[in-house]
Design a protein around this ligand. Structure first.
Ligand code: HPA
Length: 253
């Protein structure tokens, strides 16, 4: 049984080097996950892969059933989750195509189902979320990137926005003042739900573009540019996984 799951985001609807053994369709008490769980091996390690936006990339960030996705992974016995997520870079050191391993989150999303403890008033629970990501898994990813010679920022604050539109330049200025280093649309409630289930969860962010109003080319953010940068970034993610995945099952966290 796989201990490790990878949730793929925009630009990673499938893992090229994952040898898929079978696909599992699961129905959960929270509805349908984004798609079937693909069970297979990656670099000799058992892994489950789930495309966050669906296999055909049809589910926008605010419509992803985060609860069903996390519940399904937990239900089949997964204990660690690496979430791959496209982001816009706010910190000037984050260049398109780079990777980043955020250590903090600010949540600007709204109207999403954000807890497993909301429906049943008999159980009010408050999880600790001081450090929203699993420290051991983050360390493993950071070390792996170093070993593989991949340009990556080892920490940073992920600002989660509602989407699906990109932000205004003023919104990005405000997020920068708040302390955000990167902006994405899927980081929450995914991280909080993983914590509620006791899963060890870390994000590998891929810089798709300079956030609105940032970078040298002031003007519109082109979808073509995002796609090109994601191709570069996802190639790095695949290389990172080759280095890091074999070491994960022995990880104590
Ligand atoms: N903003 C929000 N989400 C994103 C961006 C962005 O600029 N780029 C990729 N995902």
């Amino acid at each position: 049984m796989a201990d490790l799951a990878i949730i793929g985001g925009t630009g990673l609807t499938r893992l090229k080097n994952l040898k898929i053994e079978h696909r599992e369709v699961l129905h959960t008490p929270y509805g349908e996950p984004s798609g079937p769980l693909a069970h297979g091996t990656l670099c000799g390690t058992e892994v489950v892969f789930l495309a966050r936006h669906g296999t055909g990339h049809t589910i926008p960030p605010h419509r992803v059933n985060y609860r069903a996705n996390l519940w399904a992974l937990h239900h089949i016995g997964v204990r660690r989750v690496v979430a791959v997520a496209a982001v816009g870079g706010i910190d000037p050191d984050l260049k398109p195509g780079d990777l980043a391993f955020p250590d903090q989150i600010i949540d600007y999303t709204y109207g999403r189902e954000q807890t497993f403890y909301g429906d049943d008033a008999s159980e009010v629970r408050h999880i600790d979320f001081t450090s929203p990501y699993c420290a051991g898994l983050r360390e493993a990813l950071i070390d792996g990137a170093r070993q593989a010679g991949i340009q990556a920022m080892p920490q940073g604050t992920y600002g989660a926005t509602q989407g699906p539109r990109l932000e205004t330049a003023a919104e990005i200025d405000r997020m920068h003042r708040d302390g955000c280093d990167m902006v994405g649309m899927t980081g929450m409630p995914e991280a909080a739900l993983a914590r509620e289930l006791g899963l060890c969860y870390a994000t590998c962010a891929v810089i798709a573009n300079h956030a609105a109003g940032r970078g040298d080319s002031v003007g519109e953010i082109s979808m073509q540019e995002i796609e090109q940068n994601l191709n570069t970034g996802m190639e790095r993610v695949r290389r990172l996984f080759e280095t890091v995945i074999p070491s994960l099952p022995g990880l104590h966290c």
